[in-house]
Design a protein around this ligand. Structure first.
Ligand code: SF4
Length: 333
Protein backbone atom coordinates (compact mmCIF):
# COMPACT_ATOMS: atom_id res chain seq x y z
CA UNK A 1 0.00 0.00 0.00
CA UNK A 2 1.35 3.39 -0.93
CA UNK A 3 -0.84 5.35 1.51
CA UNK A 4 -2.83 4.20 4.55
CA UNK A 5 -6.07 2.58 3.34
CA UNK A 6 -8.32 4.80 5.48
CA UNK A 7 -6.72 7.89 3.90
CA UNK A 8 -7.25 6.56 0.36
CA UNK A 9 -10.86 5.67 1.14
CA UNK A 10 -11.54 9.11 2.64
CA UNK A 11 -10.15 10.98 -0.38
CA UNK A 12 -11.78 8.52 -2.81
CA UNK A 13 -15.23 8.94 -1.27
CA UNK A 14 -14.86 12.75 -1.34
CA UNK A 15 -14.07 12.66 -5.09
CA UNK A 16 -16.95 10.21 -5.70
CA UNK A 17 -19.38 12.53 -3.87
CA UNK A 18 -18.24 15.52 -5.94
CA UNK A 19 -18.60 13.57 -9.19
CA UNK A 20 -22.03 12.32 -8.17
CA UNK A 21 -23.34 15.87 -7.83
CA UNK A 22 -21.65 16.88 -11.09
CA UNK A 23 -19.19 19.34 -9.50
CA UNK A 24 -16.86 20.77 -12.14
CA UNK A 25 -14.22 22.51 -10.02
CA UNK A 26 -13.59 21.32 -6.49
CA UNK A 27 -10.62 21.60 -4.13
CA UNK A 28 -8.35 18.66 -3.41
CA UNK A 29 -5.41 20.21 -1.52
CA UNK A 30 -5.54 23.40 0.51
CA UNK A 31 -2.13 25.07 0.59
CA UNK A 32 -2.34 26.77 3.97
CA UNK A 33 0.38 29.30 4.78
CA UNK A 34 -0.16 30.50 8.37
CA UNK A 35 3.01 32.62 8.10
CA UNK A 36 5.82 33.43 5.67
CA UNK A 37 8.62 33.83 8.21
CA UNK A 38 11.36 31.22 7.98
CA UNK A 39 14.63 30.46 9.72
CA UNK A 40 16.28 29.81 6.33
CA UNK A 41 16.75 31.73 3.06
CA UNK A 42 16.69 28.96 0.43
CA UNK A 43 17.97 30.11 -2.99
CA UNK A 44 14.89 29.00 -4.97
CA UNK A 45 12.18 30.14 -2.51
CA UNK A 46 9.71 32.66 -3.91
CA UNK A 47 7.74 33.08 -0.66
CA UNK A 48 10.26 34.84 1.56
CA UNK A 49 10.92 37.24 -1.33
CA UNK A 50 7.39 37.93 -2.62
CA UNK A 51 5.99 38.46 0.89
CA UNK A 52 9.00 40.12 2.52
CA UNK A 53 6.89 43.09 3.61
CA UNK A 54 4.46 40.74 5.45
CA UNK A 55 7.15 38.55 6.95
CA UNK A 56 6.16 39.22 10.57
CA UNK A 57 2.42 38.73 10.05
CA UNK A 58 0.55 35.51 10.58
CA UNK A 59 -2.97 34.08 10.38
CA UNK A 60 -4.60 33.25 13.72
CA UNK A 61 -5.49 29.63 14.45
CA UNK A 62 -9.16 30.54 14.02
CA UNK A 63 -8.51 32.15 10.61
CA UNK A 64 -6.68 28.99 9.51
CA UNK A 65 -9.56 26.77 10.67
CA UNK A 66 -12.15 29.01 9.02
CA UNK A 67 -10.22 28.64 5.75
CA UNK A 68 -10.10 24.84 6.14
CA UNK A 69 -13.90 24.83 6.64
CA UNK A 70 -14.48 27.31 3.83
CA UNK A 71 -12.75 25.37 1.07
CA UNK A 72 -13.53 21.74 2.03
CA UNK A 73 -10.38 20.19 0.48
CA UNK A 74 -9.77 16.71 1.97
CA UNK A 75 -6.02 17.35 2.15
CA UNK A 76 -4.39 20.30 3.91
CA UNK A 77 -0.75 21.08 3.25
CA UNK A 78 0.52 23.36 6.01
CA UNK A 79 3.40 25.28 4.48
CA UNK A 80 4.88 28.76 4.70
CA UNK A 81 7.45 30.00 5.72
CA UNK A 82 8.48 27.42 8.24
CA UNK A 83 5.31 26.15 9.99
CA UNK A 84 7.23 24.86 13.01
CA UNK A 85 7.97 28.44 14.10
CA UNK A 86 4.23 29.21 14.10
CA UNK A 87 3.03 29.45 17.73
CA UNK A 88 0.33 26.84 18.31
CA UNK A 89 1.29 24.68 15.32
CA UNK A 90 0.52 21.49 17.30
CA UNK A 91 -2.94 22.77 18.25
CA UNK A 92 -3.65 23.89 14.67
CA UNK A 93 -2.61 20.50 13.25
CA UNK A 94 -4.72 18.60 15.82
CA UNK A 95 -7.79 20.72 15.06
CA UNK A 96 -7.45 20.17 11.31
CA UNK A 97 -7.07 16.41 11.89
CA UNK A 98 -10.21 16.51 14.11
CA UNK A 99 -12.06 17.75 11.02
CA UNK A 100 -11.19 14.47 9.25
CA UNK A 101 -8.58 15.98 6.94
CA UNK A 102 -5.28 14.51 5.77
CA UNK A 103 -2.46 16.84 6.88
CA UNK A 104 1.00 17.29 5.36
CA UNK A 105 3.20 19.51 7.51
CA UNK A 106 5.88 20.88 5.15
CA UNK A 107 9.03 21.66 7.08
CA UNK A 108 12.76 22.08 6.65
CA UNK A 109 12.99 19.54 9.49
CA UNK A 110 15.27 21.53 11.79
CA UNK A 111 12.78 21.85 14.67
CA UNK A 112 11.07 18.44 14.51
CA UNK A 113 12.91 17.09 17.57
CA UNK A 114 12.22 20.25 19.57
CA UNK A 115 8.52 20.42 18.65
CA UNK A 116 7.50 16.77 18.33
CA UNK A 117 5.86 16.73 21.78
CA UNK A 118 3.11 18.98 20.37
CA UNK A 119 2.00 16.27 17.91
CA UNK A 120 0.46 12.80 18.00
CA UNK A 121 0.96 10.14 15.30
CA UNK A 122 -2.02 9.59 13.00
CA UNK A 123 -2.54 7.65 9.77
CA UNK A 124 -3.68 10.98 8.28
CA UNK A 125 -0.68 13.06 9.36
CA UNK A 126 2.65 13.26 7.49
CA UNK A 127 5.78 15.18 8.34
CA UNK A 128 6.83 16.38 4.87
CA UNK A 129 10.53 17.18 5.05
CA UNK A 130 12.24 19.31 2.41
CA UNK A 131 15.46 17.70 1.09
CA UNK A 132 16.99 18.73 -2.25
CA UNK A 133 19.99 16.39 -2.19
CA UNK A 134 22.63 14.82 0.01
CA UNK A 135 24.43 16.89 2.65
CA UNK A 136 26.66 19.15 0.49
CA UNK A 137 24.01 19.89 -2.16
CA UNK A 138 21.16 20.39 0.27
CA UNK A 139 23.12 22.71 2.55
CA UNK A 140 24.15 24.72 -0.52
CA UNK A 141 20.51 24.99 -1.72
CA UNK A 142 19.29 26.20 1.67
CA UNK A 143 22.33 28.44 2.14
CA UNK A 144 23.35 27.09 5.55
CA UNK A 145 25.69 24.33 6.75
CA UNK A 146 24.25 21.67 9.02
CA UNK A 147 20.62 21.84 7.82
CA UNK A 148 20.76 18.40 6.15
CA UNK A 149 22.03 16.73 9.34
CA UNK A 150 19.32 18.38 11.45
CA UNK A 151 16.60 17.39 8.98
CA UNK A 152 17.82 13.76 9.00
CA UNK A 153 17.88 13.85 12.81
CA UNK A 154 14.29 15.15 12.76
CA UNK A 155 13.23 12.34 10.41
CA UNK A 156 14.83 9.73 12.69
CA UNK A 157 13.09 11.25 15.72
CA UNK A 158 9.68 11.24 13.96
CA UNK A 159 10.07 7.64 12.78
CA UNK A 160 11.16 6.49 16.26
CA UNK A 161 7.96 7.96 17.65
CA UNK A 162 5.71 6.25 15.10
CA UNK A 163 4.90 9.14 12.73
CA UNK A 164 4.41 8.94 8.98
CA UNK A 165 7.17 10.84 7.16
CA UNK A 166 7.66 11.75 3.53
CA UNK A 167 10.23 13.93 1.84
CA UNK A 168 9.78 16.69 -0.67
CA UNK A 169 12.44 17.40 -3.31
CA UNK A 170 12.62 20.25 -5.80
CA UNK A 171 14.64 19.67 -8.96
CA UNK A 172 16.78 22.51 -10.32
CA UNK A 173 19.30 22.82 -13.19
CA UNK A 174 22.17 21.59 -11.03
CA UNK A 175 20.27 18.66 -9.51
CA UNK A 176 22.07 15.36 -10.01
CA UNK A 177 19.37 12.68 -10.36
CA UNK A 178 21.96 9.98 -9.50
CA UNK A 179 22.55 11.75 -6.19
CA UNK A 180 18.79 11.85 -5.55
CA UNK A 181 18.73 8.09 -6.13
CA UNK A 182 21.28 7.76 -3.28
CA UNK A 183 19.26 10.15 -1.12
CA UNK A 184 16.07 8.10 -1.56
CA UNK A 185 17.97 4.86 -0.82
CA UNK A 186 19.20 6.41 2.44
CA UNK A 187 15.75 7.74 3.37
CA UNK A 188 14.23 4.31 2.66
CA UNK A 189 16.72 2.80 5.13
CA UNK A 190 15.44 5.29 7.75
CA UNK A 191 11.87 4.11 7.21
CA UNK A 192 10.61 7.17 5.30
CA UNK A 193 7.17 6.37 3.92
CA UNK A 194 7.31 8.03 0.50
CA UNK A 195 8.93 10.67 -1.68
CA UNK A 196 7.52 13.69 -3.49
CA UNK A 197 9.45 15.29 -6.30
CA UNK A 198 8.73 18.20 -8.66
CA UNK A 199 10.64 20.71 -10.79
CA UNK A 200 11.21 24.17 -9.31
CA UNK A 201 9.01 27.01 -10.53
CA UNK A 202 10.70 30.07 -12.03
CA UNK A 203 9.53 32.64 -9.45
CA UNK A 204 9.88 36.21 -10.73
CA UNK A 205 10.91 37.25 -7.19
CA UNK A 206 13.99 34.98 -7.33
CA UNK A 207 16.88 36.84 -8.95
CA UNK A 208 19.11 33.85 -9.75
CA UNK A 209 17.29 32.75 -12.93
CA UNK A 210 19.76 30.12 -14.15
CA UNK A 211 18.82 27.63 -11.40
CA UNK A 212 15.44 26.99 -13.04
CA UNK A 213 14.76 24.38 -15.71
CA UNK A 214 12.64 25.09 -18.78
CA UNK A 215 9.97 22.64 -19.98
CA UNK A 216 12.27 20.74 -22.31
CA UNK A 217 15.04 20.44 -19.72
CA UNK A 218 12.55 19.17 -17.11
CA UNK A 219 11.35 16.45 -19.46
CA UNK A 220 14.88 15.35 -20.33
CA UNK A 221 15.94 15.19 -16.69
CA UNK A 222 12.89 13.25 -15.51
CA UNK A 223 13.02 10.87 -18.50
CA UNK A 224 16.67 10.05 -17.82
CA UNK A 225 15.78 9.11 -14.24
CA UNK A 226 13.22 6.47 -15.30
CA UNK A 227 14.99 3.67 -13.36
CA UNK A 228 15.01 5.73 -10.15
CA UNK A 229 11.24 6.24 -10.34
CA UNK A 230 10.70 2.49 -10.65
CA UNK A 231 13.06 1.72 -7.76
CA UNK A 232 11.70 3.90 -4.91
CA UNK A 233 8.33 4.53 -3.29
CA UNK A 234 7.26 7.82 -4.81
CA UNK A 235 4.07 9.58 -3.74
CA UNK A 236 4.13 11.36 -7.09
CA UNK A 237 1.30 9.86 -9.21
CA UNK A 238 2.22 7.87 -12.34
CA UNK A 239 0.09 10.21 -14.48
CA UNK A 240 1.94 13.32 -13.27
CA UNK A 241 5.23 11.51 -13.77
CA UNK A 242 4.32 10.71 -17.38
CA UNK A 243 3.66 14.42 -17.86
CA UNK A 244 7.04 15.32 -16.34
CA UNK A 245 8.73 12.79 -18.63
CA UNK A 246 7.08 14.18 -21.75
CA UNK A 247 4.88 11.12 -22.36
CA UNK A 248 1.61 13.08 -22.24
CA UNK A 249 0.27 16.62 -22.14
CA UNK A 250 -1.91 17.88 -19.31
CA UNK A 251 -4.13 20.82 -18.57
CA UNK A 252 -3.41 22.94 -15.47
CA UNK A 253 -5.85 22.34 -12.61
CA UNK A 254 -4.57 25.05 -10.25
CA UNK A 255 -8.16 25.55 -8.98
CA UNK A 256 -7.86 22.18 -7.21
CA UNK A 257 -4.96 23.37 -5.03
CA UNK A 258 -6.01 26.80 -3.67
CA UNK A 259 -3.63 28.81 -1.49
CA UNK A 260 -4.66 30.75 1.62
CA UNK A 261 -2.16 33.09 3.24
CA UNK A 262 -1.98 36.29 5.28
CA UNK A 263 -3.03 38.39 2.29
CA UNK A 264 -6.10 36.28 1.41
CA UNK A 265 -6.84 33.59 -1.20
CA UNK A 266 -3.99 33.84 -3.68
CA UNK A 267 -5.16 34.10 -7.26
CA UNK A 268 -4.75 32.35 -9.56
CA UNK A 269 -2.40 29.87 -7.93
CA UNK A 270 0.29 28.96 -5.43
CA UNK A 271 2.95 30.20 -7.85
CA UNK A 272 1.76 33.40 -9.49
CA UNK A 273 -0.16 36.28 -7.95
CA UNK A 274 -2.57 38.58 -9.78
CA UNK A 275 -4.85 39.29 -6.86
CA UNK A 276 -5.65 38.12 -3.33
CA UNK A 277 -9.35 37.26 -2.96
CA UNK A 278 -11.40 37.76 0.19
CA UNK A 279 -12.97 34.30 0.05
CA UNK A 280 -12.45 30.88 -1.50
CA UNK A 281 -15.68 31.22 -3.48
CA UNK A 282 -14.50 34.53 -4.87
CA UNK A 283 -11.23 32.91 -6.00
CA UNK A 284 -13.04 30.05 -7.74
CA UNK A 285 -15.93 32.00 -9.24
CA UNK A 286 -14.16 35.22 -10.22
CA UNK A 287 -11.01 33.83 -11.82
CA UNK A 288 -10.94 33.34 -15.56
CA UNK A 289 -9.27 29.93 -15.36
CA UNK A 290 -9.16 29.63 -19.17
CA UNK A 291 -6.55 32.35 -19.41
CA UNK A 292 -3.97 30.39 -17.38
CA UNK A 293 -1.83 27.39 -18.30
CA UNK A 294 0.75 26.43 -20.91
CA UNK A 295 0.42 28.46 -24.12
CA UNK A 296 -1.93 31.00 -22.51
CA UNK A 297 0.04 33.03 -19.97
CA UNK A 298 3.81 33.53 -20.39
CA UNK A 299 4.30 32.94 -16.66
CA UNK A 300 2.91 29.42 -17.11
CA UNK A 301 5.29 28.55 -19.96
CA UNK A 302 7.77 26.48 -17.94
CA UNK A 303 5.47 25.49 -15.10
CA UNK A 304 5.15 21.74 -14.57
CA UNK A 305 4.60 22.11 -10.87
CA UNK A 306 2.68 19.67 -8.68
CA UNK A 307 0.25 22.45 -7.62
CA UNK A 308 -0.77 22.85 -11.26
CA UNK A 309 -0.78 19.25 -12.43
CA UNK A 310 -0.37 16.61 -9.71
CA UNK A 311 -4.04 16.26 -8.75
CA UNK A 312 -5.34 16.51 -12.33
CA UNK A 313 -5.61 12.72 -12.56
CA UNK A 314 -7.54 12.50 -9.28
CA UNK A 315 -10.12 15.08 -10.38
CA UNK A 316 -10.52 13.36 -13.75
CA UNK A 317 -9.13 16.13 -15.99
CA UNK A 318 -6.93 14.93 -18.88
CA UNK A 319 -8.02 11.30 -18.33
CA UNK A 320 -7.04 8.69 -20.87
CA UNK A 321 -8.28 5.11 -21.19
CA UNK A 322 -6.51 2.99 -18.57
CA UNK A 323 -5.68 5.86 -16.20
CA UNK A 324 -8.06 4.65 -13.48
CA UNK A 325 -6.45 1.21 -13.49
CA UNK A 326 -2.99 2.80 -13.48
CA UNK A 327 -3.87 4.94 -10.43
CA UNK A 328 -5.37 1.95 -8.58
CA UNK A 329 -2.36 -0.25 -9.30
CA UNK A 330 -0.04 2.54 -8.11
CA UNK A 331 -1.94 2.89 -4.84
CA UNK A 332 -2.32 -0.78 -4.05
CA UNK A 333 0.86 -2.46 -5.41
S1 SF4 B 1 0.42 26.58 -15.14
FE1 SF4 B 1 1.50 26.78 -13.15
S2 SF4 B 1 1.86 29.00 -12.95
FE2 SF4 B 1 0.24 28.73 -14.50
S3 SF4 B 1 -1.72 28.87 -13.40
FE3 SF4 B 1 -1.15 26.69 -13.54
S4 SF4 B 1 -0.04 26.28 -11.61
FE4 SF4 B 1 -0.09 28.51 -11.87
Amino acid sequence: MRFPLSMTMRIGSYVARKKLVGAKKYPMVLMLEPLHACNLTCTGCGRIREYDTHIKERLSIQECLDSVDECEAPVVSICGGEPLIYPGIGELTAKILERGKVVYLCTNGMFIRKKIGEFKPSNRFFWNVHLDGLKASHDLAVERDGVYDEAIDGIKCAKEQGFLVCSNTTVFTETDMGELDQLFTHLTSLGVDGFMIAPGYEYSAVEVREIFLNREMIRTKFKQAEAMFKKHKFNTSPIYLEFLQGKREMQCTAWASPTRNIAGWKGPCYLITDIHHKSYNDLINNTDWDQYGYGKDPRCENCMSHVGYEVAAAVGVNNKLGDTFKMLAWQFL
